[in-house]
Design a protein around this ligand. Structure first.
Ligand code: FEO
Length: 169
């Protein structure tokens, strides 16, 4: 039986994952407005991943006999100074997601909620990957000029990104 505080925190994280999709769609719209369609695609795919994360939590709450409750959220940041600025914003957002997942894990461990501890391990691994991905792109963006061939090659590369749900899901 999931305790109330843990249930609320799982529900809150489901909403935060939907909010994350909203944050990344706002960045995608900024990229589209800058005619950087590959970067826009990167963030549209990222938003799809976030909805997938939210749905994992939605299904988990249902599987545990709890009801998922949807909330509203604040408007995301829509304007950015540069693509580097946008990726730094995304990286900071992922660090906040990680902090929240760790807090959820702490609650689950306090409750000795082994099924939830196990469930959250997937998210902990996912956050390592997400932070590493954004960190790596930021390092590349810092090395290249925004009008260089390398920058437009990145845009072309990101146009190829697709969302494939993990096979086991
Ligand atoms: Fe669902 Fe990017 O954290």
């Amino acid at each position: 039986m999931l305790k109330e505080e843990l249930t609320e925190a799982l529900n809150d994280q489901m909403n935060y994952e939907f909010y994350s999709a909203h944050v990344y769609m706002a960045i995608a719209a900024y990229c589209s407005a800058e005619s950087l369609d590959g970067f826009a695609n990167f963030f549209i795919v990222q938003a799809e991943e976030e909805r997938f994360h939210a749905m994992k939590l939605y299904k988990y709450l249902n599987d545990r006999g709890k009801r998922a409750t949807l909330s509203g959220f604040a408007a995301p940041q829509n304007e950015y100074d540069s693509m580097l600025d946008a990726f730094e914003h995304a990286f900071a957002h992922e660090q906040e997601v990680t902090r929240r997942i760790y807090h959820l894990s702490d609650l689950a461990m306090n409750d000795r909620e082994h099924a939830t501890i196990q469930f959250l391990k997937w998210f902990i691994d996912e956050q390592v990957e997400e932070e590493a991905m954004f960190d790596s792109i930021i390092h590349k963006l810092k090395r290249i000029d925004k009008d260089s061939n390398a920058f437009f090659m990145m845009d072309a590369e990101f146009a190829q990104r697709t969302f494939t749900p993990p096979a086991a899901e």
